[in-house]
Design a protein around this ligand. Sequence first.
Ligand code: SAH
Length: 233
Amino acid sequence: MHIFFPSSKKGNRFVISGEELKHLKVRRISPGEELGIIWEEKIYLCRLSEERKREALCEIVGEIETKKPEVEITLYQAVTVDLKTFDMIVQKATELGVVKLVPTITERSFRRREVLLKRMERWRRISKEAMKQSGRPYEMLIEKPTSINSLKPEHELNVILDNFYEGIPVRELKLSGIEKLGIVVGPEGGFSEREGSMLREKGFTSVKLEPHTLRSETAMMVSVGIIVNLAGS
Ligand code: SAH
């Protein structure tokens, strides 16, 4: 089912306009057909009732049940030198249910903060598209780019993914009862030795994925995917 963001709600109806109306027209949804609407962290099942030039109206038919992950993950993702990869990471983190993304500047990451600040609007757009595609009704918070030096182990469980260090395998993470978890993933060139030991000294747990070295985006997806699916079980 196609999902849209409305511009407003009037009684039992949502109004779709602007860019979202363009999407609706491209998808050739015609009056009488069903669609989903994301509104206040819920997804409503709606029926398109009227389509005009500048807006479309749809009526609420019911509510679609959605889930949230059992564990709130904050992802401290080093900004990849290839910014297109980071766009993909934003999309995948949204699909996987990451609650907060902190673009992290490290020694070997993309480092020009002013460029990244300009990119934030684009990340938000990518994330909203991913919400529609994955049926996720709550937004992923995207924080301003932050230096790795200022990270603190502020969650119940704090993980650093480090292929240079003999960390514990992901299956040994004690996830039961954990509600909030932070996870730090390095850029294409990995963390420097200083960064790895600094985070471990601060209390982050090193985790190693087996059996090979993964790309940054792969490591993020695998670790977040495993943790989200194992938490609460
Ligand atoms: N250039 C490095 C690889 C860096 S991989 C090298 O030559 O070894 C990029 C990031 O992905 C790493 O910093 C780490 O956070 C994560 N990563 C990749 N493979 C991993 C693994 N097997 N275990 C844990 N983390 C991994």
